[in-house]
Design a binder for this molecule. Sequence first.
Ligand code: OGA
Ligand code: MN
Length: 287
Amino acid sequence: MTIECTPLGNRIGAVVRGVSLKDVPDGETLDTLETLLEEWGALVFPDQEITPAEQVAFSRPFGPLEETARIDARLEGQPEIFVVGNTGKRIVSFAPADGSDDLEWHADHMHLKVPARASMLYCKETPSVGGETVFACMYSAYDALSPEEQAQAESLTALHSVSGLQKYLKTKGEKGAAEGEYASPQQLTVRWPLVRTHPLTGRKALYVGSKVTIGIEGWDEDRARAYLDDLLARATVPEFRYSHPWKPGDAVLWDNRRVLHAGTPFDGSLYRREMHRTTIREDQPIL
Ligand code: OGA
Ligand code: MN
């Protein structure tokens, strides 16, 4: 079957047909998908009927997989599957619980020593209203800065910590996971360049989250917050976004090196949402 790729009409996002996620990708398929991922940042594979084991087997050739850090969000017998949604032992959400549009933009694992290079979410169940995932292109965000702003951003180091996310969850009335509920310690602060160069394309991308990014090295908190909030708002304007309206059977693979993402709210008292994530570890230095 030939692989067909249809762009979704924005800076990022394309639908890929002609690939069954039931099959481990061969060398040629893997090369094609890597090229498409580089080009489009987020690839949508519709109408897939796969088991958790098949998702893991499909994801593995892209690179080493992480085991889910939050013990209670692991799928039984499948430690590489992170269950996101409200059907598991614990609600796992990356969306504002108060229904606001104050989104929690992030790249996966940017608060860890080894971030995620790419991630795949597979939709088992989704609300009929809300619960979309929004992606934003950080090449576009960088390119849209003035040369002076680009030079300033390139000189800065951002600080990231899960504590930023937990603080946010608390203000939104949700309980974050306690430290003991993780398989490895999470409470560290990591430093990454605010502008990173994609190791495959050589293009520059902003690497910044809205809550998980807690500061700028050498700056006081207020100055850093104001700078980061302004940067994020400009980085995630609608022209740079693709918002995915999920259907059961959709899988989306995205490149955390140049795409941010965030969940959007839904009414958990009315709807079930179950998503399975596989997480591919970064294998290059972040420069
Ligand atoms: C994730 C994530 C967003 C969503 O699983 O990494 O950010 O819409 N999910 O569930
Ligand atoms: Mn995420």
